[in-house]
Design a protein around this ligand. Sequence first.
Ligand code: FEO
Length: 398
Amino acid sequence: MKNIQPITPELIYVGASDRRTALFENIYPIPRGVSYNSYLLLDEHTALVDTCDASVREQFLENVEAALGERRLDYLIVNHMEPDHAATMMDVLSRHPEATVVATAKAVQMIEQFFGTQAASSQIVKEGDTLSLGRHQLVFTMAPMVHWPEVMMTYDQTDKILFSADAFGTFGALSGNLFADEVNFEGEWLNDARRYYINIVGKYGQPVQTVLKKAAALDIRMICPLHGPVWRSNLEYFIGKHDVWSRYEPEDKGVVIIYGSIYGHTEAAALRLGALLSERGIKQIKAYDASRTHVSKLVAECFRSSHIVLASSTYNNGIFTPMESLLLDLKAHSWQKRTVALIENGTWAATSGRLMRAELEQMKEITIVGETVSLKSAAQPSQEEQLAALADAIVASI
Ligand code: FEO
């Protein structure tokens, strides 16, 4: 059954949501699913803005045909060639071989790489190029590395709508409500939006800043991203979040405790530090077991918070593997501008503190606060003082 939704009288949502795939990009858990958004403009000429992932192929193709009715497809605008958006483009083109693909030169090259063929008709566009559909005047603006090099955005000058590719997207399937102002975004979506942004695009803060500056010069009344709800109000709220994230600034002043603990002793010390921080007035402390929390969530939490406690056992003379993975991932995402406190543990030769510090020293503007608390198997009663001193140091730096 078709499932299309009008956005404006001439713009129709033809995307679809996927609640069956467990891992987005075969790496990120998506328990709330994900939507693959596609938009059809019906003007004197018709234009489909991006296609969908193969997981929603049938629904998507049915939606496109239903929205087009008897009309032909004149243009397929490809803002982004990653397969979660482009996997079904050849299905569309086989039904509408007359359509002209509008894309960047790099995207056209990727079409060849992925499909071994090209559309019958292609139009390569670059920064500032325009396309008239009749009433709607589209202008293309390049957005390289947000989050692939071929990415562009399409701005509808007529209705002031930005088709923003991956930017301003989020994990989470749509449940009927298409607009961000129809859902509890702050309560139910923001964590997934942050996790999506940080893990998918987080490494590319500078290109995102460039795009935000370009966007600031446009009169944007609506943002149509490739994942998640459409924004038609309170745009500055979500743009502001992306500004903070892409400048690598913390969203919240507070403490996140992450521990890698084999038998629970490192965990106990980390949680004792949490209690000592609470006694000193720190609120909304969050603690996570690195072995049981997906690293994508840990990375997102490290981006959210200003202060992070990392507590790790020593393992194979190194950092306990889940904590080591987190540090590698943080480095890969250019994590920076944070304050970190360390707890290490080792029954005969604790090395994890020194090694965590060495990893952190390779990142930008990471301040390590207080003395590393070093446990030998388990925290001894005499070490309460050391934990208290670390809590004092953390509080003093907030
Ligand atoms: Fe949603 Fe970069 O693809």
